[in-house]
Design a protein around this ligand. Structure first.
Ligand code: ADP
Ligand code: MG
Length: 532
């Protein structure tokens, strides 16, 4: 055996099946102490399963776990904590109506009076906060914190339990760019203190930016482990997907036609009477993609919801090919929009795009039920609907290609493909699409982007809302930037860049004025959580 430190984590021959699905196949990996080790792979590759085995949530069917060189049995999460492992889940497991401090202490110390441990915790929390830039108010209620803050609480909770190894499962999926940068600073700080970090993600940029080593998973197997400095995004993409992937969207110049969507002076209040859109005006033409950039929470979501007929507007007008849309928000609105040729891929696909307990074919068929092709007298022709759905599922490479699976059993990326398949195949006049690739793996991103461009090339109008600047820049023919319920300006992708758009996103219009990065960051952070 070679000398040097034992791996912080070593997995040998781990396998795990769920019924017929082999989620992990004979996986071996060594994670060295004091490093940031990335695990990358498409949705459904088996990353979360592997980490759940390591954290004692699932028992492996075969294989063994070594922690710091010692064979360790991890039957439950208590055993994982004893072995020095902390985990930050994709969906946080905090108690909403407890404070930060209470959540951190909760379950950590049995048999100790809560008050004593709260006092101790408060001191330790202050130390940890200073050491790792993990600032949170210990007395804040969890339900009052944004996701970025809640994530910090999860990290603090793990550190409070003296974790040497911290596992983060897709931690940036819910964060703004500024929050993600901050998280990475925290992770580097942890590494500098000798902690071991395992970062699970499907974002190549994050892997390249922060990891020392990266392991690639594909369809339940570990296909490679390489030093990050010795690889490239293109190579990693190929290892993940099993074929070459275009990381850039290939598209011809736009040929814009007549105005399809005309929005004038649109105003929206939320339930609390707070103005979310403060007079927004823009056009989208046939054959073009208008991208709306902005930090989440600046009114983009509300804009899409009004256009999709899911909420009322309090002022302004919207015309589709010259005819006004009803903005009063009556219940049948979403359906009327559909009949008029508006397709909508909503931002929150789980809440608004899918019915999770319905089968894939039913989800692919929603909104088609009134089509004559599927109606035989008073009965639905379910066979025809299902056959059609099957074809769409095949064309969009939804995995598994099983139309009898319930929507909830698909990975996020495949759920998104189901929604996109349904909406795009409708051949709409106007496609509204919000965060089309959020939580989606790169193979599927390439595919979804190609479908959007194909629709535009077929002369349809596309309104794209995305918080991913890369996505905005590569798909849009024109870019409008939203900040605090207003459009700050419009730019062309060829004559702008991330820096200029970033300034607009932070509400700074005078882009000739040199602005310190810190100022922009501060602005972004302020606008990040809630638009006023
Ligand atoms: P990743 O985290 O890489 O996206 P997962 O580990 O979540 O992948 O999933 C791997 C595979 O195992 C997927 O096909 C998924 O549907 C399946 N799977 C995961 N958890 C369960 C479960 N509890 N029951 C059944 N199948 C599961
Ligand atoms: Mg996962």
């Amino acid at each position: 055996m070679a000398d040097g430190p034992a791996p912080a984590i070593e997995l040998r021959g781990i396998s795990k099946a769920f019924g017929a699905v082999q989620a992990n196949k004979d996986i071996s990996i060594r994670v060295m102490p004091g490093t940031i080790h990335g695990i990358i792979g498409e949705n459904g590759a088996g990353k979360s399963t592997l980490m759940s085995i390591l954290y004692g949530f699932y028992r492996a069917d075969a294989g063994e776990i070594l922690i710091a060189g010692r064979k360790t049995d991890i039957p439950d999460s208590q055993a994982a904590i004893r072995a020095g492992i902390g985990m930050v889940f994709q969906h946080f497991k905090l108690v909403e109506n407890f404070t930060v401090l209470e959540n951190i202490v909760l379950g950590a110390e049995e048999g100790v009076l809560l008050n004593t441990s709260l006092g101790k915790a408060r001191k330790l929390l202050r130390q940890l906060s200073d050491e790792y830039e993990l600032h949170v108010d210990p007395d804040a209620l969890i339900e009052d914190l944004g996701v970025g803050m809640q994530q910090r609480v999860e990290i603090l909770k793990a550190l409070y339990r003296q974790a040497d190894i911290l596992i983060l499962d897709e931690p940036t999926g819910v964060l703004t760019p500024a929050e993600a940068d901050h998280l990475f600073r925290i992770l580097r700080g942890l590494k500098d203190q000798g902690k071991t970090v395992v970062l699970i993600t499907h974002k190549l940029r994050e892997i390249m930016e922060i990891t020392d080593t990266v392991s690639v998973m594909r369809r339940g197997q570990m296909t490679a482990t390489v030093r990050t400095a010795e690889t490239s995004p293109e190579k990693l993409a190929e290892l993940m997907v099993g074929r070459k992937v275009l990381l850039q969207v290939d598209k011809a110049p736009p040929r814009p036609g007549e105005v399809v969507l005309k929005v004038e002076n649109l105003r929206i209040h939320d339930e609390q009477g707070v103005e979310r859109l403060r007079g927004v005006s823009f056009d989208v033409r046939a054959g073009e993609v208008l991208g709306i950039a902005g930090v989440a929470g600046n009114g983009q979501s509300e804009l899409l919801e009004v256009l999709g007929g899911m909420r009322p507007a309090q002022g302004g007008t919207v015309q589709l090919t010259g005819e006004a849309l009803d903005l009063t928000g009556s219940r049948s609105d979403a359906r009327t929009r559909r009949a008029r040729g508006i397709a909508h891929v909503p931002e929150d696909r789980q809440r608004e795009g899918l019915i999770m307990d319905f089968h894939a074919w039913e989800n692919v068929g929603f909104g088609y039920h009134d089509d004559p092709a599927y109606n035989r007298g008073v009965l639905m022709d379910n066979d025809a609907l299902r056959r059609d759905a099957e074809a769409k599922i095949a064309r969009f490479d939804v995995r598994p290609a099983d139309c009898w699976q319930k929507a909830r059993n698909f990975s996020g990326g495949n759920q998104q493909k189901i929604v996109v398949a349904r909406e795009i195949e409708r051949d709409p006049v106007l496609l509204l699409v919000g965060q089309p690739t959020r939580g989606v793996d790169i193979g599927a991103i390439e595919f979804i982007h190609q479908q959007i461009v194909a629709l535009r090339d077929a002369g349809r109008a596309v309104l794209l809302v995305s918080v991913e600047l890369d996505e905005i820049l590569s798909l849009s023919d024109r870019i409008a930037v939203m900040f605090d319920g207003r459009i700050m300006g419009e730019r062309l992708p060829d004559t702008t860049d991330e820096r200029e758009l970033g300034l607009l996103m932070a509400g700074i219009t005078d882009t000739d004025r040199p602005v310190a990065t810190a100022e922009v960051e501060a602005n972004l952070a302020r606008s990040g959580g809630k638009a006023r």
